[in-house]
Design a protein around this ligand. Structure first.
Ligand SMILES: [Fe+2]
Length: 233
């Protein structure tokens, strides 16, 4: 049976086909109870990240780092396995919309005019437009799309694209925003030198309550940085 056939069969009978049942009992049980097998989420995320990698390796690497850091932060914040899994996938896909941004803008984000700035900022809505095609499959995909759409919102309401503030910003989007900022600061790019871990953490701490949800910043600080910085992460 084709994948499309399996999905149709699954949705029609409200129970997963035999082959999926075994995988449903594996780690992410909670998310399976309300939607599609997590393996499918994982596979779709991997396919989209691979597409992004073929467009721009640095952006894809950044996305992987953000997925990892956002996932670890979600665990510190006490999110359950299902929510954790969604935050990881949304983190990995948060900049998917950059797939269509021209190189001269993608690789030069410190020196953009107003028109170019609008183009780079549109990566949020572009990502939502791509991922939104999958929302019909399950609430998990819709949640991922929503988190991706919120990763440039700011705690003080001065972010984009919607200008949401505080707890009106989807929780996953708030978590990804911190991981995203850290990764952007510590990764060397053609347009910027890499910042040290300490400098990046100081900058994020300064943004708590302004740019970032302060509780997320606190959790981000509490990650096992020794392990990560000494080769464990
Ligand atoms: Fe972004």
């Amino acid at each position: 049976m084709t994948l499309a056939g399996i999905l149709l069969d699954y949705q029609a009978n409200l129970s997963p086909p035999e082959g999926f049942m075994r995988r449903l009992r594996l780690p992410h049980k909670e998310s399976v109870e309300v939607g599609l097998p997590p393996d499918l989420l994982e596979a779709v995320a991997r396919a989209l990240i691979t597409a992004l990698e073929q467009r721009d390796v640095l952006t894809a690497n950044h996305c992987r780092m953000v997925g990892e850091l956002a996932g670890e932060t979600a665990l510190v914040l006490g999110l359950g396995p299902a929510e954790h899994h969604l935050v990881v996938q949304a983190g990995r896909l948060h900049d998917l919309g950059k797939i269509g941004i021209p190189d001269r803008i993608l690789h030069n984000t410190n020196d953009l005019d107003a028109r170019e700035l609008a183009i780079i900022r549109a990566h949020v809505e572009n990502g939502e437009a791509i991922l939104g095609q999958l929302n019909c499959l399950s609430p998990e995909f819709a949640a991922i799309t929503e988190q991706v759409g919120a990763h440039h919102e700011r705690w003080n309401g001065r972010g984009y694209p919607r200008g949401l503030a505080g707890e009106a910003i989807p929780y996953g989007g708030r978590i990804i925003a911190v991981a995203d900022a850290y990764s952007a600061l510590v990764m060397k790019r053609s347009y910027q030198e890499a910042m040290s871990h300490a400098e990046a953490m100081a900058q994020i701490a300064a943004g708590a309550g302004i740019h970032f949800d302060p509780t997320v910043v606190e959790a981000f600080n509490a990650l096992d940085w020794d392990d990560r910085l000494n080769g464990g992460g």
